[in-house]
Design a protein around this ligand. Sequence first.
Ligand SMILES: Nc1ncnc2c1ncn2[C@@H]1O[C@H](COP(=O)(O)OP(=O)(O)OP(=O)(O)O)[C@@H](O)[C@H]1O
Length: 454
Amino acid sequence: MSQSSPFFNRWLSQNGPDQVLSILTDLVDAGAVFAVDAEGKILFWSKGAEKLFGLMAESVLGRACAEALGCDGGHDPCGLAELGSIKAQEVQLKRPGGERLTCYRTARAFFDAEGQFAGALEFLQPQTATFGAIGQWDNDDSFHGILSRDPAMLEAIKIIRNVAETEATVLIRGESGTGKELVARALHQESPRHQQPFLAINCAALTPSLLESELFGHVKGAFTGAVRNHAGVFQRADGGTLFLDEVAELPLELQAKLLRVLQEQSFIPVGGDEAISVDVRIIAATHRSLREEVKAGRFREDLMYRLRVVPVFLPPLRERRLDVNLLLWHQIDRHNLRGRRHVNSIAPNAMRRLLDYQWPGNVRELINVVEYAFAVGRGNELSMEDLPPEFRESTAFTGNERLSPSKHARSQNEVEMIRDAIQVADGNLEAAASYLGMSRATFWRKRKKYKIDS
Ligand SMILES: Nc1ncnc2c1ncn2[C@@H]1O[C@H](COP(=O)(O)OP(=O)(O)OP(=O)(O)O)[C@@H](O)[C@H]1O
């Protein structure tokens, strides 16, 4: 967090905040800074923005950001009012003349006292200027938005970074919500194809005939209702990456067609008679074991070998308890930014319950749990009552404790939590403190109080 002296505001108004902002943004090399108001209208446009977007200030000031920059978004600049902040998101800029430029977008929203979106500051930096800095590992353990401190996840990320340069087909295995699509996107972003499209399709979400048409497209007249030619995702992803989610659900007849694309880099659209050649990198994902599916006769063995050239496994959240804490605090920080409620601690019994929980919906569920807590709860401490009913129904740490929160019961709980954290962190006290969301000083004080050694 940036710091300023108590005299900063006076100094700012003496020098003129607009002048200070202009000078500040000029100091940032090769980057565009702009500000929008609550309606998404552009209020400030830096010299860097003129250079990067190829648009002069006069032509954009006062105009709706989405319209001036030619993107969808209405009053909410690209979901920022929802998200609160965006860090190093990869975006494609279309400059006048059609040139495309890949940039990293970092933005922060402002919210008024009622928690209403009040505008935002955005910073865009061309990828070439940031190579080696943003988009690689950074201090908050994020890799293209993937947060983790878990050794198995870190290993998966290492594999992804290594194979990104190659053309190898990657098969990601993991339960729903473990981050398979996020990882696939990261792989694409790290690959030489990153300026080309990334398309995702869920093979379990469509009927076989719709899926075939979505994958390979169809020609006009191929079936009733096919009133014009339709390009499938293989064609639209040409030059880029196609993410096939839930690939184990692909019907056998489509497996044959997919195999042909992988072998020959070409396919025939539904109802067509001419093969279309494409250059697409496939990343597939499944929550099932493809080997088991092959054994059960539901999946072609030859296709399995084609798809799992590089297998990557994402462990379920219940097996990475260090990540539960990291992801919880990341989500809490995100909601804190919106200003309606500021959570700076989690009650020990709630934390214990969160750590013990099985997380069947993995990270997606965790995101929803924090959202629920901010919707129903009040105050600076996230308490057991702020958690969804399934957390409170558990017998272990609810009932009695909530009805008679005796100091003793609370300390017993804390002792167990601290012991557990030290054990999970293999005696690393710093990791154990962060796992519990405590500062090192608090952790040390509590260990001393309860006489817990490492
Ligand atoms: N390690 C992580 N760090 C930050 N966010 C994560 C992480 N893993 C998952 N998420 C977030 O959790 C949500 C679910 O992730 P994602 O859609 O990638 O999961 P998935 O395994 O593809 O799920 P499904 O199989 O159900 O499609 C997304 O909002 C994603 O951004």
